[in-house]
Design a protein around this ligand. Structure first.
Ligand SMILES: [Mg+2]
Length: 229
């Protein structure tokens, strides 16, 4: 019997990766004179991975990694106007209106009536707070955890609030690496809702034979699935 549902936010409740892709396209176009698109993307991804431990997840770290890569590939000759455009790209992302994914609002509203809902997300603190406020879904969540990373301990903590236990909790998200595998490890159920655009970092193999692992194509199917757990 499930009492608690954890929701990932980015690319589970609302679009996110699509806006990163647009900024990456701007980055590649701005630096086209210095390197080809594949090489630029490879260097940018390397910088992001290298910097995760310093900056954490989110737009601010992404912008710093774009600027660092621009300096690297131009041997420090990148024009100030290009750096300005990269900063503007980040500012645009931080102000982008929320695009809720299909079925998200209805599922959250319906399940809030019967379950305790916790939002569990990584990323920039202010940006995640802004998006939740603008989504109009904030009032349906009993708890909001904006975390620096998603590990089994993250879910152990999130689902051990008074009256909760991981075995009666389910985590719902688009990332196998961040939402599904660590939640299963913590003893919770997990529902994978794949998104067309998923950052390479978030990919992982589907868990093998876990009875606590489930997959649906849309959040519209979530209330029905939860009722069977
Ligand atoms: Mg996500």
């Amino acid at each position: 019997m499930i009492t608690t549902i954890g929701f990932d936010a980015d690319d589970t409740l609302w679009q996110n990766e699509a806006f990163f892709r647009l900024s990456q396209e701007r980055f590649v176009t701005l630096l086209a004179d210095y390197a080809d698109p594949d090489h630029l993307m490879e260097r940018l991804t390397e910088a992001e991975m290298r910097n995760l431990g310093h900056y954490g997840f989110g737009i601010k770290g992404f912008v710093l990694s774009m600027i660092e890569t621009a300096l690297d590939v131009t041997e420090n000759r990148v024009a100030g106007s290009v750096v300005r455009e990269l900063i503007d790209a980040g500012q645009d992302m931080l102000q982008h209106p929320i695009h809720l994914l299909e079925g998200a609002a209805d599922a959250v509203r319906a399940l809030a009536a019967t379950h305790t809902l916790i939002l569990i997300t990584k990323g920039d603190l202010l940006d995640q707070e802004r998006k939740l406020a603008q989504s109009g879904l904030g009032e349906y969540f009993d708890g909001v955890d904006i975390v620096s990373d998603k590990t089994p301990q993250t879910y152990q903590n999130a689902f051990s609030r008074p009256g909760m236990t991981p075995s009666q909790s389910v985590m719902v998200g688009n990332s196998l690496r961040s939402d599904i595998l660590p939640a299963l490890k913590a003893g919770a159920h997990a529902v994978h809702v794949p998104h067309d655009l998923t950052w390479s970092y978030e990919r992982a193999d589907t868990p093998g034979n876990s009875e606590r692992f489930h997959q649906i194509t849309s959040l519209a199917d979530l209330p029905e699935l939860i009722a069977t757990l």
